[in-house]
Design a protein around this ligand. Sequence first.
Ligand code: SF4
Length: 346
Amino acid sequence: MKTIGITTTVPVEVLLAAGCRPVDLNNVLVSDPDPGRYVTIAERAGFPLNCCTWIKGIYGVCLDKGIEDVICVTSGDCSNTEMLMETLLLKGVNAVLFAYPGRPDIPAMQHTLEKLAAALGTSLAAAEKVRKEIQPVRDLAFRLDELTWKDNKATGRENHLWLVSASDFNGDAGKYAKDLQKLLYACESRQPYPRDETRLGYIGVPAVYAGELYPFIEKQGARVVFNEVQRQFAMLEPGESLAEQYTSYTYPYSIQERIKDIKTQLKLRKIDGVIHYVQAFCHRGIGDIVFRDAIDLPVLTLEGNADFFLNTHIKTRIEAFLDMIQRRQKAAKTTASAPGFWLSPE
Ligand code: SF4
């Protein structure tokens, strides 16, 4: 089975229909015990210090692991990937470009999918068959998401890990489903988190220090019950066709598409505050201005660069943010329970 590296979420059903094994290079990077070494490979090759760590890490992973074929997503993800592709081609990697349509449009998406299928030697009909076959796997991810925000029995990190891994199903959809099913059984038998915990939303690209971020938040009496981009990667609202599924996927399109989804979920999940993660040297960081204008809740913007762990500065900022929210929650509770609070003034 041919392995194809991917730089972000692509229509994985098409790759599977072509008999390929998709490998999300971001997931390989962060699950390595020493991810920094991949960044060093890129910097030694000449990547500038002020280039995003994900881009450098992906380059390092490709070279270190001898990945021969890569789908580089440019439009709809990252313009830096264009240069990443050039450098991979220089090293003999068969890097091909994939671009999402400029706006969410089903016929345009249909055309894009047909082109991808033809390039990989398969057809959209075969990919649609795969879509139906893997729907039960997506259903398991949907259930984990519910166990996170509705049943309050899954951790923010579990939610993050399993949803983000749905971009390639860890290279083996069958094993992914089996392991996730085990986790769901374990979650079902847990006691729910306390009702008065602080509920957070996480928006933005996955953090380089995600491994430490979620447990740290939970130590402070809070929990992430909405992982925006990870949930998008998992395609939990797939629709009736691949074209529909990848059109309602908000991440590749304008920030306004994302905001609609974010606001709906913040309300549904009764979120108290939002963490917006931005990656150093990423153009998406500018979107913070738009998010802060649109989101009517306290927002903490955290930046990460090449530290794959939480430094003291970030920990202190998270503590201060949660302290502010928790004081507000306490004050609101005290006011609500004060005698005569519900009596309407005569
Ligand atoms: S974090 Fe930003 S700059 Fe880095 S790969 Fe993602 S979109 Fe590109």
